[in-house]
Design a binder for this molecule. Structure first.
Ligand code: VAH
Length: 317
């Protein structure tokens, strides 16, 4: 039985439905702070209201459903975390600690995503290696690198089966992203259809790793199912699919919407965060240790995003 925290978020919305298809609706318990979210997540299988800072209730839910795996997607993302650093530390660190302690006591496996945010300005920025300097300068990044170390500690010291990937920016059309620095790469598609123009809060030339959501879901599922004997690393694997800046992405959109216009309204806080992150990751360890390989390129993602959003928004292009 799998408990997913943050099930109503950008990843959780899609991961919950995917894992219910894979393992059966009743074997995947969705949870989130509130219950205002997509009907299919709330009604296609068990749903529990859960604050991951409430360790007692989380333990009760694990006992009630005989949970053996927790996928922890409950977190504050980079830009929101810079606005509320104390809350971000509390949720991202103390929430994770609660989960690891429950996992230790009840022999539960834990999957927690990290992020390219776990790297900082002193990290080699191009083709960033799996094992390298990690001195992030954001509260989100501090919680991500500390979370990686805490998960590795619980594996080595207590034998808790912890695994994770360092996600790049994730692009999807089903649920909006929740306050990240890479969110521009989602909003640009909506605006391209609605207004045929977009003012990016991230500046020209800011290269960042990105991935289409179907590949992110595949990465989580494949790593969860991977043969543990072949894992040299655990928390957390570099994974990527593409790297671009707003100009490159706009050029790809214009292949489908020729009149699309990109302008800039740079947000200094988000730009500073983006500047501290790598330009491109080396994900060869994930490819070697659990056969990671993305299916979508920027070209095929853009085609699919525009087609699916066109249908969702009822806007032809
Ligand atoms: C964010 N989308 O922007 C998240 C992610 C790599 C970026 O961690 O905070």
């Amino acid at each position: 039985k799998i408990l997913i925290t943050g099930s109503l978020g950008q990843i959780g919305t899609e991961l919950t439905m995917f894992l219910r298809e894979q393992y059966g609706n009743d074997n995947v318990i969705a949870s989130d702070l509130t219950n205002n979210g997509p009907e299919n997540v709330l009604t296609s299988g068990p749903f529990e209201s859960l604050d991951i800072l409430d360790a007692k209730k989380m333990a009760e839910i694990c006992d009630k459903y005989k949970v053996n795996t927790i996928v922890n997607l409950a977190a504050l993302l980079s830009a929101v975390a810079e606005a509320k650093p104390q809350l971000a530390y509390d949720i991202n660190m103390n929430g994770l600690f609660n989960i690891l302690e429950i996992a230790r006591e009840k022999n539960i496996s834990v999957f927690t995503p990290s992020s390219i945010a776990a790297f900082g300005p002193s990290t080699p920025p191009d083709n960033t290696p799996q094992d390298t300097i990690q001195r992030p300068t954001t509260m989100y990044g501090v919680t991500k690198v500390a979370g990686e170390l805490l998960c590795d500690y619980y594996y080595k010291r207590f034998g808790v089966d912890t695994r994770g990937v360092r996600f790049p920016g994730l692009i999807s059309y089903k649920a909006l992203p929740g306050g990240g620095t890479t969110d521009y790469a989602v909003h640009i598609y909506y605006e391209a259809l609605k207004a045929k123009k977009y003012a990016s809060f991230i500046d020209k030339g800011t290269m960042m790793d990105m991935m289409y959501m179907p590949d992110a879901i595949k990465a989580i599922h494949d790593l969860m199912e991977a043969n543990p004997d072949k894992l040299v690393h655990r928390n957390a694997f570099n994974v990527t699919a593409m790297s671009f800046d707003p100009e490159i992405l706009a050029g790809e959109i214009r292949k489908h919407i020729p009149e699309f216009e990109l302008s800039y309204d740079v947000d200094p806080v988000k730009q500073a965060i983006a500047n501290s992150w790598p330009n491109s990751l080396d994900d060869s360890c994930a490819r070697e240790e659990w056969n990671w390989k993305p299916d979508y390129t920027m070209e095929s993602m853009t085609k699919d995003m525009l087609e699916k959003l066109s249908e969702k928004l009822g806007i032809k292009f």
